[in-house]
Design a protein around this ligand. Structure first.
Ligand SMILES: NC(=O)c1ccc[n+]([C@@H]2O[C@H](COP(=O)([O-])OP(=O)(O)OC[C@H]3O[C@@H](n4cnc5c(N)ncnc54)[C@H](OP(=O)(O)O)[C@@H]3O)[C@@H](O)[C@H]2O)c1
Length: 347
């Protein structure tokens, strides 16, 4: 029997102002699925890019944004590996902004004991992103020096957790002083290792931070900003260094719809690499997109194990809790680039 639900839906990507709240029926869970009574929804930068029509995986038809949420199992379909009453966090390929949803149980993780729903909803996408980029792809080892861009954001804080477990040396970059103070207080990073990025002297800032932590180059750069900060960081990669690029926040438009001329200008000025130079420098460039990993369902158990092992020791930091009814405001907060940790919608 279908049950009623409320969701945030957008009929056609292109503007955040098209997002609307709808009441609609939800069918019974299909084989291998369960139904979640959602308690919290984790926001991701990709949600905004999808609604703006700037994310390659965005559905062409009407869709409900949202890549992760947490709550309690309310019903199960045939063959589902969960029971009614289980508390889980769920990875969804869109569809998360809803107070009820059906999900494939292979993409769910039990909520760690003692964690709130908001903390659980803040965990899987950003934790797996950091694990996949830093450990599965770039193979960061103890003692290596890693630059984490946007280190006080959702993925950034997960990256710091993982790097502290691995025993890497960290240089963190952020957009403002408040974030730097937060990182020094919460993560115990020495002030000299945290850079408040300044486009005019980012290279010198990196040199100062490397001096402060006793590094003579960067072994790994973990970057989802791109823009003018790419070149100075790339130029400081050591031999055998790995540059991991997984986003381009510098492209994020400030308003509710994209300014395509400004985007085109940024696109034309995007950094270019010389592959031949990378041979003699023994360097690697790694790009990745989690949606691709999501589609390799046979790899989910390893990704979930990586998440639990490396990003499960510390609860995610929920910087903003916003009521479900105010989803557009929560998206604007994340879009502003000024949030700390995770932005979560509470149902
Ligand atoms: N490839 C993948 O599969 C994948 C998966 C997850 C996330 N990502 C990417 O990882 C990045 C972090 O994601 P998140 O969800 O954890 O977000 P977040 O880091 O919590 O927020 C994004 C951060 O980007 C920085 N930023 C730089 N330029 C910006 C601009 N023009 N407008 C707004 N923010 C700007 C801001 O931090 P500072 O100013 O402190 O730098 C902001 O806090 C995003 O770029 C996202 O697209 C990629």
């Amino acid at each position: 029997m279908p049950v009623p639900r409320t969701a945030w839906r957008i009929d056609r990507a292109g503007s955040l102002s098209r997002l609307r709240r709808v009441d609609e029926p939800l069918p019974d869970p299909a084989p291998g699925e369960a139904r979640l009574r959602t308690e919290a929804i984790g926001l991701n930068f990709a949600d905004i890019l999808a609604c703006l029509g700037l994310y390659s995986a965005t559905p062409k038809e009407s869709f409900v944004p949202g890549l992760e949420c947490a709550g309690t199992v309310e019903a199960v379909g045939p063959g589902a590996s969960l029971s009614v009453g289980d508390r889980v966090c769920v990875l969804t390929r869109f569809g998360g902004y809803a107070n009820r949803l059906n999900f494939d149980t292979r993409y769910s993780i039990r909520v760690p004991a003692g964690w709130s729903a908001a903390e659980a909803a803040a965990w899987p996408v950003q934790g797996i992103t950091a694990w996949y980029g830093l450990l599965d792809r770039a193979r960061v080892a103890r003692g290596e020096c890693v630059l984490v861009q946007s280190a006080a954001g959702g993925v950034g804080l997960q990256a710091l957790n993982i790097l502290s477990t691995v025993g890497a040396k960290v240089i963190a970059s952020v957009g403002d002083e408040r974030k730097r103070d937060f990182l020094c207080a919460r993560h115990g990073l020495p002030p000299g290792a945290v850079i408040v990025r300044d486009v005019r002297r980012f290279g010198a800032q990196l040199d100062g931070a490397m001096d402060a932590i006793g590094a003579d180059g960067l072994d790994v750069v973990f970057d989802a900003v791109l823009g003018p900060f790419f070149r100075p960081a790339f130029a400081r990669l050591r031999p055998e260094g790995r540059f991991v690029l997984f986003g381009a926040a510098d492209f994020m438009p400030p308003g509710s719809r994209p300014n395509y001329l400004s985007l085109l200008w940024r696109y034309l000025r995007r950094p270019r690499l010389d592959p031949l130079a990378m041979i003699s420098a023994n360097q690697a460039f790694i790009g990745f997109n989690l949606i691709w990993l999501w589609e390799q369902v046979e790899r989910m158990p390893a990704a979930i194990e990586g998440l639990q092992r490396y990003a499960g020791a510390r609860r995610p930091h929920v910087g903003e809790r916003v009521p479900f009814a105010e989803a557009p405001r929560a998206m604007q907060l994340l879009q502003s680039g000024r949030t700390l940790g995770k932005v979560v919608l509470e149902v």
